[in-house]
Ligand binder design. Sequence first.
Ligand SMILES: Nc1ncnc2c1ncn2[C@@H]1O[C@H](COP(=O)(O)OP(=O)(O)OP(=O)(O)O)[C@@H](O)[C@H]1O
Ligand SMILES: [Mg+2]
Length: 333
Amino acid sequence: MNENIIKIDNLKVYFPIRRGIFLQTFGYIKAIDGINIEINKNQDISVVGESGSGKTTLGKSMVGLIKPTGGKILYNFNGKTFDMSKQLPIDVRQSIQMIFQDPFSSLNPRLKIIDTLKEPLEIRKLFRSKKEMIDYLGELLEKVGLKREHLYRYPHEFSGGQRQRISIVRAISMKPNVIVLDEPTSSLDVSVQSQVLNLLQDIKKEYNLTYVFITHNISVAKYMGQKIIVMYLGKIVEINDADKLIEKPFHPYTQLLLSTVVEIKSEHAEKEVKIGEPPSPVNIPSGCRFRTRCPFAMEICAKKDPPLSDHEGSLVACHLYSNQKKEISVNNS
Ligand SMILES: Nc1ncnc2c1ncn2[C@@H]1O[C@H](COP(=O)(O)OP(=O)(O)OP(=O)(O)O)[C@@H](O)[C@H]1O
Ligand SMILES: [Mg+2]
């Protein structure tokens, strides 16, 4: 059954740029600039894009850590719909968790692991006794390949991979339905990365979780998600099933991301997409925001922002595949 668990409706997150002694607003960084996503229960989504494309901002908005400038994030918890920008009951808030890139950020260096882990559980009063709670946390630590006695150690006594395992315990201890994972393995050694990814896959199945997996690595995106969302400067440029997107990327930006890892099969692949630098999110180009780096840019690309539309089963925001392009070539012929 295709039950919607998260529905993002025209989300915008703008950060004001303030300067001067009175901190006047000089403009806005448009970190998220109007995006729509529907996530079904147990349908894992990967979000890919270069640095600054708005992935973390999207993730934090999903778990309610950032309030949207516009639009809504609706979350379906046990059949009831909640607006993530509002004050939520504790069980609803804890049912959508986030794991961060740097496992230090979720572990207080001054607290023993037990003290970090018990805090959110005590708020919920889920256990009849302290012993019951400690047993529960010890079991979870064993599940992620650590030991019960690790509860009484401090974060600095663990390696990066072990700390990330503790962050995973912290997230799953609250019995969530959804976990947003923001580059959870990119700070780890390559050899440890795949172990943690495999652990995350096992945990997902065991706890019936829905993952939103944020990464800049399209191969990791494919491994972790059934669907891939490609973001560029605060907008979605392409969405498709992971294997189809990798097999046949349509958007020139998706081709660019893929060109570093696989050979691209595309009708437009004969022109190489240059890596280059993304423009500043303060001065976003008119029309299509990718046009300044796009080898296929046409006149219309500077004038009109291409909407996401269906092309051979993929949702692509590019004039190469839109009706306008077809109209132009008919007029020119
Ligand atoms: N709190 C903030 N205040 C001002 N600007 C911000 C804030 N958070 C993010 N930004 C800006 O918003 C844009 C998107 O940032 P975000 O961190 O979401 O990107 P990202 O895709 O996660 O990048 P990375 O891959 O480097 O983690 C960037 O230009 C960033 O500088
Ligand atoms: Mg980020």
